[in-house]
Design a protein around this ligand. Structure first.
Ligand code: IMP
Ligand code: MG
Length: 175
């Protein structure tokens, strides 16, 4: 069963706010947005279009999740970036910060590549699920420690295309 918790309108408001915060911090400086595949797909698409023309986009893919509903604790790079981070203003874009392991790993890895500045933006955060506590500069919503889908987030590749965020409850016969 899908229980909606964040509406499309609320997502749009949060993205407006995050875009304003980013432009307040960086002015008109060029940005490199790094989307973490696949979950960040809609956040990256919708946030990048709020940030004006001086924006580059690249992707990284990591695996720590293995299609299940709890993290394995091991973060592996499956697809690395095409663009160099050196001297760029880099913002890593995530759908959700859960245990914090993925973003902690990416922050440490990307910091070694000498970016001018490195920040993280995530639409959702589950503070109660943290195992490590990496810095996240821009957050859309804090949500309870429940499994959610939609707006990029999946359950075994399903539900990513929902335009809103919903808690996925075990009784799937009703959905
Ligand atoms: P972390 O490394 O535990 O912070 O997990 C980050 C990744 O786990 C996210 O980018 C998501 O792909 C996935 N994830 C965490 N929580 C959820 C959820 O509630 N629904 C779907 N995917 C999730
Ligand atoms: Mg993800």
């Amino acid at each position: 069963m899908l229980v909606p918790i964040v509406t499309e309108a609320q997502i749009n408001d949060a993205l407006d706010r995050i875009a304003a915060e980013i432009r307040r911090d960086f002015g008109d400086e060029p940005l490199l947005l790094v989307g973490v595949l696949k979950g960040s797909l809609y956040v990256l698409a919708d946030l990048s279009r709020r940030l004006g023309p001086n924006v580059e986009i690249d992707f990284v893919q990591v695996s720590s999740w293995h299609g299940g509903r709890s993290t394995s604790g091991i973060v592996q790079i499956r697809k690395d970036l095409d663009i160099s981070l050196e001297d760029r203003n880099v913002i890593v874009i995530e759908d959700i910060i859960d245990s914090g392991l993925t973003i902690q790993h990416l922050r440490e890895l990307f910091a070694t590549r000498r970016p001018k500045c490195l920040k993280v933006a995530a639409l959702l955060s589950k503070p109660e699920a943290r195992q490590v506590d990496p810095h996240v500069e821009y957050i859309g919503f804090e949500i309870p420690n429940e499994f959610v889908v939609g707006y990029g987030l999946d359950d075994k590749e399903r539900y990513r295309n929902l335009p809103y965020i919903a808690i996925l409850r075990e009784d799937e016969s009703v959905s």
